[in-house]
Design a protein around this ligand. Structure first.
Ligand code: ISJ
Length: 111
């Protein structure tokens, strides 16, 4: 629950105060990180769009399972070294790669 009230009423869960300075400080950092993630993802999709167009022009298949496996292995390793759950790292990358392949299939159909 989010509230302006300084105290939680006794029978409810603790409330999050919108002026909580500590929480606001954390959230400013989260806001910057989320913005960076969006910019990084946008750049990645900008380049994979070019890859999709190139593959469609040159009759290459949309997906490259060997390359995906190499990337996933590499990024699982990086995740482990950075204290990020490698399972989560793989799931996230798989989600992104599947979307890229879908775009490549569309590019191929419209070629
Ligand atoms: C971007 C490519 O196309 C696909 C998408 C990949 C990705 O998003 O990392 C990797 C391999 C391919 O299945 C590529 O072949 O490099």
């Amino acid at each position: 629950m989010i509230s302006d009230a300084p105290f939680a009423s006794p029978d409810s869960e603790p409330t999050i105060r919108v002026q909580d300075k500590t929480l606001l400080g954390f959230r400013r950092s989260i806001d910057n990180i989320d913005a960076a993630l969006i910019h990084i993802l946008a750049e990645r999709f900008r380049i994979t769009k070019a890859v999709g167009e190139y593959k469609a022009r040159t009759d290459l298949p949309p997906a490259d399972p060997k390359r995906e496996e190499e990337q996933i292995t590499r990024l699982r390793q990086l995740a482990a070294e950075s204290d990020l759950d490698p399972e989560f790292g793989e799931k996230f990358l798989r989600f992104v790669i599947d979307e890229v392949i879908r775009h490549h299939e569309t590019a191929r159909q419209s070629e």
